[in-house]
Design a protein around this ligand. Structure first.
Ligand SMILES: Nc1ncnc2c1ncn2[C@@H]1O[C@H](COP(=O)(O)OP(=O)(O)OP(=O)(O)O)[C@@H](O)[C@H]1O
Length: 237
């Protein structure tokens, strides 16, 4: 379980978020919502070690979290355009391979087999040799998910992973993400501007409003009005 306790992050006098506490279970996909500037990206960055919180604790199964246990799926995929889909996925396992292998492009056969399986898991089995720059937005995001899986993480975080996609493609990408989270028993946390895209795929919703966690509910407990309130609430008022 990923446990966050009283987490606070400030930039100078400005509080990005404060006193955030939550527990996330393996095998569950949680959607994080909130208005622009509510603190979603900063929270995700603290969880994967890119930012140092000012106060509070993050624990994975009771231990301080190791950044290698956390994979991030970026909004724009953050992939290497000139490389193949397979090469991008293999990059996810770089922490396990010696640098010389990467430089020469000679990957461990087991790593290669795993990378091909991961492309298969995101419905891109025939795309291994395709140049990422030639792929559609939805296909790229699925390569990004496969690369995250190649890292063999316990936690997958995604910051607005479908923001640039049309609703149908966005939904397909989220479905894939929900499936891999469930099948690999991962802890999944995804920030979304359009929570309705995750209807029926998510187990839980978290809502940040002005840096405070104002919603923490299971999918059964929330309705569209409840989600709207997160966008309308102003805790400083
Ligand atoms: N590096 C930084 N330096 C100073 N302030 C920052 C920094 N990063 C974020 N902030 C501030 O912290 C607050 C939260 O920002 P954050 O990017 O986490 O919001 P968000 O909910 O992800 O917004 P969006 O939906 O627009 O991406 C904002 O007021 C933002 O201006």
């Amino acid at each position: 379980m990923l446990s966050v306790t009283d987490l606070t992050k400030r930039y100078g006098d400005h509080e990005a978020f404060a006193d955030v506490s939550l527990d996330l279970e393996p095998g569950t996909l949680t959607i994080l919502i909130g208005r622009s500037g509510a603190g979603k990206t900063t929270l995700l960055r603290c969880l994967n070690g890119l930012e140092e919180p000012d106060a509070g604790r993050i624990r994975l199964d009771g231990e301080p979290i190791d950044p290698t246990d956390v994979a991030l799926v970026f909004q724009d995929g953050a992939l290497l355009e000139t490389k193949s889909a397979l090469a991008n996925v293999l990059d996810g396992g770089l922490g396990r391979e010696p640098v010389w292998r990467e430089l020469l492009g000679w990957h461990d056969p087991d790593e290669k087999r795993a990378a091909l399986e991961r492309l298969h898991a995101v419905d891109l089995a025939g795309y291994a040799d395709r140049r990422v720059g030639d792929l559609s937005g939805g296909e790229r995001q699925r390569v990004g998910i496969a690369r995250a899986l190649q890292q063999e993480p316990r936690v997958v975080l995604a910051d607005e992973p479908v923001a640039s996609l049309d609703p149908e493609t966005a939904r397909a990408v989220l479905e894939r993400l929900a499936t891999v989270v469930s099948e690999h028993n991962l802890i999944g946390l995804v920030s979304l501007h359009q929570p309705q895209l995750a209807d029926g795929l998510t187990d839980r919703y978290l809502g940040l409003a002005d840096g405070r966690l104002t919603l923490d509910a299971t999918a059964d407990e929330v309705d569209p009005e409840c989600l709207e309130e997160v966008y309308e609430s102003d805790v400083t008022a």
